[in-house]
Design a protein around this ligand. Structure first.
Ligand code: MG
Ligand code: MG
Length: 260
């Protein structure tokens, strides 16, 4: 990933990112509700692209380093960066949706995982743990703290639950570019890395594997899969650091996780 430099955002800039984040949250809720057995991945991509354009935003992923679509759809052992194609989602599939958009030059980047239909017990547990890992990572992003606090919060929780965090892909700063400094690993030690200050905006995105942490990339040069073929799960929010604490910009309506 290409990392651009960054500066702290002003309140008026965070307000624009807040608007972008809310559109993206609503988009993901819409796409999540459409993620059912029998639907093709490409259908979800079209839902996302139409929603984004209808809200006068730009689908940020199209053409980003050559990515062909608006939405990443990663299924089961696929970790992230899945290219949505003709594959039909089946009962029990663990589906990860990652989307990004640009509004007036400002980026939002967010995603979630869900099970289509009824979840197998391991998938259900992995979903719970990964969503909670994101919640803990966001809660650790406090002004006066350090980037390592976030990774530590994610890693310590995930590993205590018996799962592993992906190390080859990380969260990141975000603003005028999708990927800005600093990198935000999902592992680390408290009190290490960049100081967290008000005006910093981060994409925090735990990727959690049921088995080992190692990943590899498929021949399409995009799709990341677990090396051991076991399930993977992912949640992401764009989060602004304010003087009083972290604020999730990519908030979703409660209908985001529709199951059954
Ligand atoms: Mg993303
Ligand atoms: Mg991201």
């Amino acid at each position: 990933m290409k990392i651009e430099g960054f500066r702290l955002k002003r309140p008026d800039e965070i307000e624009k990112m807040r608007t972008a984040g809310r559109v993206l949250g609503a988009c993901l809720a819409h796409v999540a509700a459409a993620t059912r057995p029998g639907v093709r991945a490409i259908d979800l991509d079209r839902e996302a692209e139409t929603f984004i354009r209808d809200h006068r935003c730009v689908p940020g992923f199209i053409g980003y380093n050559g990515f062909p679509n608006s939405l990443c759809v990663s299924i089961n052992e696929q970790v992230v960066h899945g290219i949505p194609g003709e594959r039909v989602i089946e009962e029990g599939d663990l589906v990860s949706l990652d989307c990004g958009l640009i509004l007036d030059g400002w980026w939002a980047d967010s995603g979630l995982s869900l099970c289509a239909g009824v979840a197998e017990p391991e998938a259900s547990r992995l979903l719970e743990v990964t969503e909670e890992a994101l919640r803990r990572g966001v809660a650790a992003a406090q002004p006066g703290g350090f980037i390592g606090d976030i990774g530590h919060a994610v890693q310590s929780y995930v590993e205590a639950c018996g799962f592993s965090v992906v190390r080859q892909y990380v969260g990141h700063g975000i603003g005028r570019n999708m990927h800005e400094a600093p990198q935000v690993p999902n592992y680390g030690k408290p009190g290490t890395g960049n100081l967290i200050k008000p005006g910093l905006v981060l994409a925090i995105e735990p990727m959690v594997n049921a088995g080992r942490a190692e990943t590899r990339v498929l021949d399409d040069d995009w799709t990341v899969v677990t090396a051991d073929g076991r399930l993977s799960c992912y949640f992401e929010h764009t989060v602004a650091i304010t003087a009083t604490g972290p604020e999730i910009l990519s908030v979703r309506p409660e209908t985001a996780r529709v199951e059954g």
